[in-house]
Design a protein around this ligand. Structure first.
Ligand SMILES: [Zn+2]
Length: 275
């Protein structure tokens, strides 16, 4: 069967769509140990974004995932230099509680950041552990957004644990990075049942049929586009959304509208050349 999507047709022809300025809610930046990235500078990333019509990307620096003190300022520089294309997540590491406390207190002074980033599976601290308490309390108080790495059946950030956090901190907007990869039904259920929990699609694309299940189960208004760039380039994920058996309305929600709403609530100006 031919894909009847007008949006897909436009992407096939031009590689991007003027009516669909994509927002990538899960990016990184800079080099990472053990792998070579051909395009990990801000300028190289922007060239790739331009090819696919990605208007803005929200990133946490790779360095910040390991060494927050060095990495968060590095990300701040990128946002300051290219405020129209980059926003950032403020990475926190619960293995250094004293440092984390300082960094939470310093957060309100930071420009260009739209929330926190947690990487519990890598930091080996469960999202429900007391060490995350101060960050979650702060996020609840300030109605913040947090991009959490989530993975199916993980003892650190599996969907069941995300549900506990969502229950305890209902004002926190939780982006389930990788959509609880593999434990799809449970993740979809959490996004369906908790108004501020979203499914973020990085890596989930290649599980055939999962985008359709998410749209049916949680709704396209609870789904967000992301790539893990510079690990991956955006066209693959875009293609998966374009070829899924969903409507163009769903595609617009996933590729940019939901992200626009979340970012506008956090003071990001997206008024010019709006699609
Ligand atoms: Zn990531």
């Amino acid at each position: 069967m031919r894909n009847p999507s007008a949006l897909a047709k436009e992407f096939r022809k031009y590689g991007k769509a003027a009516s669909c300025p994509i927002i990538d809610m899960h990016g990184h930046f800079g080099p990472y140990q053990g792998i070579y990235f051909p395009a990990d500078t801000a300028e190289a990333m922007m060239r790739i974004m331009d090819r696919a019509g990605v208007r803005m990307i929200v990133c946490s620096s790779h360095t910040a995932l390991v060494d927050t003190r060095r990495g968060n300022p590095e990300m701040a520089e990128v946002v300051a230099k290219y405020p129209d294309r980059f926003r950032a997540y403020w990475a926190l590491n619960p293995n250094y509680p004293d440092r984390m406390k300082e960094e939470i207190e310093a957060y309100p002074e930071q420009k260009g950041f739209v929330g926190f980033k947690f990487l519990s599976d890598y930091h080996k601290v469960a999202i429900t552990d007391d060490r995350y308490g101060p960050a979650l309390e702060f996020a609840q108080e300030h109605r913040m957004m947090i991009l959490m790495h989530t993975w199916g059946n993980s003892p650190y950030d599996g969907p069941a644990l995300i549900e506990e956090v969502a229950k305890r901190y209902p004002e926190v907007t939780i982006l389930m990075g990788h959509s609880g990869y593999g434990e799809w039904d449970r993740a979809i259920g959490v996004a369906r049942d908790y108004p501020k929990v979203y499914l973020e699609l990085t890596a989930a694309y290649h599980a055939n049929g999962v985008i359709e299940e998410m749209v049916q189960g949680a709704g396209s208004h609870k789904m967000l586009f992301g790539t893990d760039m510079p690990w991956f380039t955006p066209h693959y994920g875009i293609g998966c959304v374009l070829c899924a058996a969903i409507t163009d309305e769903d595609r617009h929600n996933i590729l940019h509208r939901n992200a626009e709403t979340l970012l506008r609530l956090r003071g990001v100006n997206l008024e010019e050349d709006d699609g």
